[in-house]
Design a protein around this ligand. Structure first.
Ligand code: FAD
Length: 332
């Protein structure tokens, strides 16, 4: 709560919708809407009713209120809060405050497929390899350069003019960034699409549901465990996620005994970074142009378009600067 309060204040001071602490401009809503219109037949994303609930009283500004559509605050007497509080087990905490707005829900597997198809249609070739992180970043870049040059050898011998380092948690070992740490998150995929997205924050827990557009499934969450590297799901956490979400999304209790129909349980490590994401250019070892783009924590999808735009600009600047240096060296 305290951290969210600080982030909210920072955003307000900057006078716009910005990624807290990162300085990246967020223009995803309009960008995602245009994505939808260029891909009308596919279940990629959907504008959807969205609720945020808090068990404790809210003592900070909801910074995004002016930037989302149809925002309004809700009291415990408003629907659906009154119904959720009524359904909860006796003695369970109650929601004391809520907010409603229209949000975009992304079908992430479809979104990743879309991005990869789009890249390939622009001539991108995909080569998968694990770079050795034990000999320093310049050596890892040399290794990457060799891999790319080998791939191109039949066509040309051009060396890469820029590398984009989007290695998430891997950046900790690859470029010795000790500010990188995991935020473990466990989720449960269930059958059916919830009518809205819901995020609830309570004392020591959070419970959320995000329907995946036109997939017939919904993601239920979830945990946020800072600094935990364990990636195996935990049965107690699964039970807790299902129990808390049962009060919030009764429309998905479609099992024979009135329970959720669980399709899968998964656990992931969000690549967080003290000080926020790193999206900046660097010349490594005096010769490799690198644009870093990692550390987006739990917001990598929602910030993907804004972040990618910034990366494209930085790549252009780095390549142009390198061309000037090469031109000067050629004249000497
Ligand atoms: C439970 C959970 C909930 C989430 N909820 C949301 C949400 O609500 N909204 C949202 O926007 N996002 C959400 N996310 C997304 C997530 O938090 C990240 O922001 C996103 O996945 C980061 O993507 P990335 O491409 O930067 O990093 P990653 O997906 O981690 O990719 C890094 C890649 O680098 C590769 N790599 C690393 N080291 C090396 C090496 N040495 N050599 C070669 N390759 C290497 C890795 O193999 C990997 O493929 C959630 C994630 C989790 C786990």
């Amino acid at each position: 709560m305290k951290r969210e309060k600080q982030e909210g204040k920072k955003v307000k001071e900057q006078g716009g919708v910005r990624l807290p602490l990162s300085g990246l401009k967020v223009s995803e809503r309009s960008a995602f809407v245009s994505l939808k219109f260029t891909r009308s037949n596919t279940a990629l994303l959907q504008q959807i009713d969205s609720y945020e609930f808090w068990d404790n009283s809210l003592d900070y500004d909801i910074w995004y209120a002016p930037h989302v559509e149809a925002f309004r605050q809700l009291s415990p007497s408003h629907l659906p809060i009154s119904k959720i509080n009524h359904r909860a087990s006796p003695g369970a905490p109650e929601i004391s405050h809520g907010a409603y707005y229209k949000a975009m829900s992304i079908n992430v597997p479809q979104y990743l497929l879309y991005l990869s198809e789009k890249a390939k249609s622009h001539g991108v070739e995909v080569l998968k390899a694990r770079l050795d992180t034990t000999k320093g970043f310049p050596n890892a870049l040399r290794e990457a350069e060799e891999l790319v040059t080998d791939l191109q050898s039949s066509k040309s011998s051009t060396k890469p003019s820029c590398f984009i380092n989007a290695t998430g948690l891997g950046a900790r070992a690859l470029c010795d960034d000790t500010a990188i740490y995991p935020v473990r998150g466990q989720t449960v995929l269930v059958k059916g699409e919830a009518h809205s997205t819901i995020t609830r924050a309570g004392e020591g827990y959070r419970a959320y549901c995000i329907p995946r557009p036109e997939s017939g499934t919904t993601i239920l969450g979830g945990t946020k465990e800072e600094g935990v590297w364990e990636s195996e799901p935990d049965d107690n956490a699964t039970e807790e996620i299902l129990r808390r979400n049962a009060w919030q999304v009764p429309e998905l209790l479609t099992g024979p005994g009135g329970e959720f129909e669980v399709l899968s349980v998964q656990c992931g490590l969000r690549p967080a970074r003290t000080g926020g994401p790193r999206v900046e250019g660097e010349v490594v070892g005096g010769m490799y142009n690198v644009v870093h783009a990692y550390g987006h924590a739990g917001a990598g999808y929602q910030n993907s378009i804004g972040s990618a735009r910034k990366v494209v600009g930085l790549v252009g600047e780095g390549v142009a600067a390198a061309a000037v240096v090469q031109g000067r060296q050629a004249k000497l």
